[in-house]
Design a protein. Structure first.
Length: 375
């Protein structure tokens, strides 16, 4: 017989356990199976949860963050989830220390262009909610300056955040590609504004393998997408500040960031340079292909890791095959998994999945300036 403190949870009454405890127990079950824990280790960790004193070990935190990437229904690049490196900074909540750690994250993750999947996990939420928040959606992003006529200079996606940081006192250069500052806020304190991470940002100027004029468009993009405003939900615990990154799929930049009509909307300029008749059909398609070709060419030339949408789709199918072999259901949002260019030419187009909302996961949360305010 097991000691009383090592009882298996099926012997406990689950009726009065909070949802967070159920989440923690389910997470430990996954760890036992996937990490091949001994029964003694599993029951010991289980007892800690049931006693209300469970603090995840680094092993649990690391595996939880990796599972969160594996479960994220919107990510096509999940084949590489076991390679995610995790930095345990749960003891850090001071904004100055968080900022230094974010600069380190950018340097480590960028890895001189050989992008390293990386998550940095700061202080967890407590009974009163998040302890610290990063306001930025991504650690690197470009300002969107609203003009008097309603037009945007820069990235329209970042109009609201640009307005907020300007209200806090930031003055940008007013160009199309100004890196935004970083804003960090600890609960109960005013938000702190920090300089844009220009020294840590690897930015790639865009050129084309055939069109010499392409450089005249003055386009560029940053090499590493570090999502910084999502909540890592793991074992019933919320980590509201847990920035993480993989690497880019080319169409994320070419088709969406630069190509979308409500973003940089550069396709008309590309088409004009190509001499295309914009009154005819398929001019957008032709311009879009060349824009994406420029992105892939430029990143390759700069030594910055990137993947094209055909390879990414094949890798996702390999991911689904491995998950099925492991006996795990795949959670996926078809509208996010299918690339925004040549979707029907990729194998993911012909599949059907459901967003299972599996946990752990990286989950959207309210904007920090709405949740915390500026006090």
């Amino acid at each position: 017989m097991c000691p009383e403190s090592f009882k298996n949870p099926v012997e406990w009454s689950a009726a009065n356990l909070p949802d967070s405890t159920h989440e923690a127990l389910a997470f430990l079950e996954a760890c036992r199976a996937e990490k091949q824990w001994t029964e003694e280790k599993f029951l010991s960790r289980q007892a800690a949860v049931l006693a209300g004193g469970w603090v995840p070990t680094f092993e649990e935190l690391e595996h939880g963050a990796r599972m969160a990437w594996r479960n994220n229904a919107r990510c096509i690049g999940r084949l590489f989830w076991p390679s995610l490196r995790v930095r345990d900074l749960r003891h850090v909540s001071d904004p100055d220390e968080v900022y230094v750690a974010l600069l380190e994250h950018l340097a480590i993750g960028t890895n001189n262009g050989k992008i390293q999947p990386l998550a940095t996990v700061f202080a967890p939420a407590d009974a009163d909610g998040p302890v610290v928040r990063i306001w930025n959606h991504q650690l690197l992003s470009y300002a969107g300056y609203e003009q008097s006529d309603g037009s945007i200079v820069g990235d329209p996606k970042n109009r609201d955040f640009t307005r907020e940081v300007m209200r806090l006192g930031w003055k940008g250069g007013g160009t199309r590609f100004d890196l935004l500052p970083i804003v960090i806020q600890k609960r109960g304190e005013a938000p702190r504004l920090y300089p844009p991470p220009t020294a840590q940002a690897l930015e790639v100027p865009l050129t084309h393998p055939q069109f010499s004029w392409f450089a005249e468009l003055g386009l560029k993009w940053y090499a590493i997408p570090v999502l910084s405003d999502m909540n890592l939900r793991m074992g019933g615990i919320n980590f509201a500040a847990a920035p993480f990154n993989g690497w880019y799929m080319g169409t994320e930049i070419g088709s969406r960031d630069l190509g979308d009509a409500n973003r940089y909307n550069v396709l008309p300029a590309v088409a004009k340079k190509m001499g295309l008749d914009t009154s005819s059909s398929l001019w957008l398609d032709r311009a879009l292909v060349e824009l994406n070709a420029a992105v892939l060419h430029s990143f390759d030339k700069a030594g910055a890791r990137i993947v094209d949408h055909h390879r990414a789709s094949s890798e996702f199918m390999e991911f689904t095959a491995r998950e099925m072999k492991a006996g795990r259901a795949v959670s996926a949002d078809w509208s996010w998994i299918v690339p925004p260019m040549s979707g029907s030419a990729t194998p993911v187009f012909h599949q059907r999945w459901n967003d299972l909302q599996s946990l752990p996961d990286f989950i959207s949360q309210p904007k920090a300036w709405v949740q915390f305010g500026d006090l």
